[in-house]
Every structure is written in C-alpha cells, then in structure tokens.
Design a protein around this ligand. Structure first.
Ligand SMILES: NC(=O)C1=CN([C@@H]2O[C@H](COP(=O)(O)OP(=O)(O)OC[C@H]3O[C@@H](n4cnc5c(N)ncnc54)[C@H](O)[C@@H]3O)[C@@H](O)[C@H]2O)C=CC1
Ligand SMILES: NCCCC(=O)O
Length: 475
C-alpha cells in the first residue's frame, strides 16, 4: 500500500477553476515512517540490480508514460490549470527524462587508477539510499519525473511529496513505475504540506532531499538537511533577464519574449520576466509584443486552442494582481492586461483568471522588476549598451536563467558567458531539453536536474585502494 492511501487528516483541495476535484489524505508521522521503511526495503533490492536492469525498467516506464500521454495530460490540466497543449509537452519531457537516465544507467561507472608498485585504486559510483523529492505546483508531473528518473537510475529509492495544490498527477507516475516493474515502495508518494515535508527532511533514514519551490522554503530545507549532513538539490525561484539587441530577428524576439513570460500562466521559475530591449527597437518591439499578447486565447484549459488557463488559486491570483497594482503606483505603465478575467462560459466563472500583462516604463528598482511575480506579467526595460545591460541584468540575487537575442554570434557568446545564471538561451527562450543540465546560480539554488551531471547529485563515490605488495611497517 502506498503511504498516500493511509488517512490521518482529510483536506479538500480546490483547484484553479474554484471547484474541489479530489480529496486526498495528508501523511503524518506514521505514514512517513511507513513510506521510509518500505523505501529502505525496496532500496535493498533495487540497488543490487545492474544499471542495465534498472534502465530496462525505466525504459518500460517511459514507454508507458508516452502511451498514456493524453490521459496524464488531461489529469495535469485538471490538477494545475495549464492548457492541455502545454500539459502534453510536460508529459513529453517527462518520458524523455526517464529515457535519458535509463540510457545512462548501464554506463555509470567509476575509474581505475594505477599506483606505484603495481598497486591500484578504483572508484565505485554508489547510490545514496532513500531520497526525498518535494515539488512545487507549476509542473507537478514533470518535477516528479525530473527528480525520480535520475534517482532511480542511480539505484536509489524516492519518496515524493507533491504540492498540496496539485496532488493528483504524480499518483499516475507511481502507478506506472509499479506496473513497469520497480519493487513495491521504491517510488512512493506522500501527500501533505509543510508539516509532511518537514517530517521527510528530518527523517534520519533519508539520505538526500531534492526540492523545487520558493527561496524561503528552500532556506528551511537546507537548515533541516544541514542538521543531518544531507546533500540537497535546490531548484528555487528566479527573476531572469531576457536581453534583446537591436540587431535581432525581431519576429523571433517577440515570440521568444512571449514564451519567456506566458507559459503556464507565467508560473514558471525560469521565466525571462525582465525584458531588456535596446532603445533603437523599443517602440517596434513593444508594439508587436502587445499585439501578440492581446491575441493569447484565455479560457477552458482543456480546449485545444486555449493557450492560457487559470492561475493556481485565489490567494496567488490576488498576489499577482497586487504586483500589477503596485507597479502602476510606482510609475510603470500597463500596456495591456493585468486585470481579473471572467470568462463568458458559465462553467469557468469561478476560475482564477487574469489577462496577460505587459508593463513598460519600468525602472530597475521597481518591485515588479526586482521580485518574482510568478504570474503572467512582463516588465519591459530599455537599455543603450551591452556593458550597461549586463551590469543591470546581473544586479539581482537570483540566477536561474537568462536569454539573449542578437544576430551577432560573437556578442551572443560573450553575453552568455557574462550573465550570472545557470542557464542561458541564445535566440530562443524556455527551451530545456532533458539532455542539458538545468539549475541555478546565487539564490536560485544549486545542484542540477537533467543532463549527465545530475548523476553526481544522486550518487556518491567510493574509493577502493588495492595493495599488490606487502604492508610496509612504520613501527
Ligand atoms: N527552480 C525551479 O525549478 C522552480 C522553482 N519554483 C519556485 O517555487 C515557488 C512556487 O512554488 P510553491 O509551491 O508555492 O513553493 P513553496 O516553497 O511554497 O512549496 C514547495 C513545496 O515545498 C513544500 N513545503 C512548504 N514548506 C515546507 C517546509 N517547511 N518543509 C518542507 N517542505 C515544505 C510545499 O508543500 C510544496 O510541496 C516559486 O518561488 C518558484 O520560483 C517553482 C518551480 C520550479
Ligand atoms: N519546464 C520548465 C521547468 C521550469 C519550472 O519547473 O518552473
């Protein structure tokens, strides 16, 4: 039995259309202990398998996710409110991640080092044990996949706690792993909020925590992990710069700016929300961005042509609208959107909708430019020179992502090298293929997801020394 099925507290979870879609049970101490106990037992079996054997099961799970894409995407849309169009893409990057790490599983290896006198050493890449994944609500299925695929490929067990706002889709992932052949308890889901998360982080049999969420919660996670000397991966927030030089392909830059701001209702950690535009093209760029933003189809997220659904919940909607209000008070100009949106369709009336917003006349010290809004709000800032924009772009405590649009290839790479961020996209934005590492600099966190390097975040290295001669006595 999965720990999520055991009941201690019952909470209703309203979703973004204002209706309760499910009631799940929060896991308390008893359930967390059970989940850890099951995970430890499963780890014993799983960690003894060869990488190739683990990879075969992960390939099978990837195949099943791919086959069930539509069902999972519908569940994700109901879970989160994002458009079905986007949810399908999230499911795609999820099975791709499983395939990527399934492919790597068989080739995880240490090295052999020759030493004097014929002695030698070698290293073994070993799993950590029971890992915990804690997720945010914006990419529920994808976050669970991006954490569990490398964890399982490396031979670990994982207990995953989704956000209480999006408890559902990860259950399908647990079902699929089980059907694909992982030992019972190897991937277990516990439900709940901060209290359940704390129980997991503080559990003495938990070897690692991988967290996606806000900076304040990330800070608490490190504090708890520090007490147990546990490694952590932190994927936190951002306020990323997107720099648009006057020599860019304008049409691509406009499309890039929209992708950088309005996917998943703007609730994306790596969004390029500070859009720096070189003065020569500011008016033209702004005009085209506003036109394109006004064309975004808001509505029922399950409809094929919808591109923007409701925000996650009422308090978050109010928070985002509050940022727009404050921006106006501080002197920014709203060129479009930023208002509560009530769809005509009566069944959507309770939804937490707002119109996508473009702000101009923004200054670097305004709240909308400094703080993560996590909603569909783009702030446009103008600049003159490369040196100036680099200094302003880097003047933030965050460092998750960045982007640059230019036709000058030398400038593109020079700017990418200078930007203080874990990711830089040249002439596109929010492209995060699973082959490439994803993660932040500065307060946006540390550790990486995806890419080969993530194997290091879910394994530890053992050094073995082999003596081929006699022991030389020093006594
Ligand atoms: N860098 C990245 O990859 C991403 C970062 N984020 C960031 O996440 C934030 C929005 O997501 P939220 O779910 O509101 O973040 P949050 O930090 O409130 O919650 C994230 C998760 O942590 C759990 N949690 C809360 N308090 C906890 C505690 N004391 N101990 C253990 N677990 C605890 C929550 O239940 C949830 O599952 C934004 O700041 C955003 O930038 C979101 C998605 C991706
Ligand atoms: N697919 C984008 C990942 C970024 C995020 O989790 O917010």
């Amino acid at each position: 039995m999965s720990a999520w099925q055991l009941c201690e507290v019952t909470l209703p979870f309203p979703v973004s259309l204002g209706r309760v879609i499910a009631t799940v049970t929060c896991s308390g101490e008893k359930e967390v202990n059970l989940a850890v106990q099951d995970a430890k037992a499963a780890f014993k079996i799983w960690s003894k398998k060869s990488g190739l054997e683990r990879g075969q099961i992960l390939f099978e799970a990837a195949r099943m996710i791919r086959e069930r894409t539509e069902e999972i995407a519908i569940m994700e849309t109901i879970n989160n409110g994002k458009s079905i169009f986007e949810a399908r893409d999230d499911i795609k990057t999820s099975w791709q991640c499983l395939e990527f790490f399934a492919g790597l599983a068989g080739s995880m290896a240490g090295e052999h080092i020759q030493l004097p006198g014929g002695s030698f050493g070698y290293t073994r890449r070993e799993p950590l044990g029971v890992c915990v994944g804690i997720g945010a609500w914006n990419y529920p299925f994808q976050i669970a996949s991006w954490k569990s695929a490398p964890a399982l490929a490396c031979g670990n067990a994982m207990i995953f706690k989704p956000s209480p706002f999006t408890p559902l889709s990860v259950l399908l992932l647990a079902e699929i792993y089980t059907e694909a052949g992982v030992p019972p308890g190897l991937f277990n889901v516990v439900q709940g909020g901060a209290a359940t998360g704390q129980l997991l982080c503080q559990h003495h049999d938990v070897a690692k925590v991988s967290f996606t969420g806000s900076v304040p919660t990330g800070t608490k996670i490190i504090e708890m992990a520090a007490k147990g000397i546990k490694p952590v991966t932190l994927e936190l927030g951002g306020k990323s710069p997107l720099i648009i030089f006057s020599d860019c392909d304008l049409e691509n830059a406009v499309k890039g700016a929209l992708i950088a701001n309005f996917l998943t209702q703007g609730e994306v950690c790596c969004n390029g929300t500070r859009v720096f535009v070189q003065k020569e093209i500011l008016d033209k760029f702004t005009e085209q961005v506003v036109k394109a933003t006004q064309r975004i189809k808001i509505g029922d997220p399950l409809l094929e042509d919808t591109r923007m659904g409701p925000l996650i919940n009422r308090p978050h909607l109010e928070r985002v609208l509050g940022f727009v209000k404050q921006a106006k008070e501080q002197g920014a100009k709203v060129l479009c959107g930023g208002d509560l949106h009530v769809p005509r369709d009566p069944k959507l009336k309770g939804g937490y909708y707002m119109t996508p917003c473009v702000l101009t006349d923004c200054k670097d010290d305004m709240t909308c430019v400094k703080e993560e809004i996590f909603g569909p709000v783009m702030s446009i800032l103008s600049f003159d020179t490369e040196a100036e924009v680099l200094e302003r772009a880097n003047n933030t405590t965050f460092g998750l992502a960045s982007g640059v649009f230019t036709r000058d290839v030398q400038r593109a790479h020079r700017v990418a090298a200078e930007l203080q961020a874990g990711v830089c996209c040249i002439n596109n934005y929010n492209i995060n293929p699973v082959e490439l590492p994803f993660g932040g600099y500065k307060k946006s966190g540390f550790g990486r997801e995806n890419g080969r390097v993530t194997v290091e975040c879910y394994s530890q290295l053992k050094t073995v020394y082999v003596e081929m001669g006699d022991v030389e006595s020093v006594f």
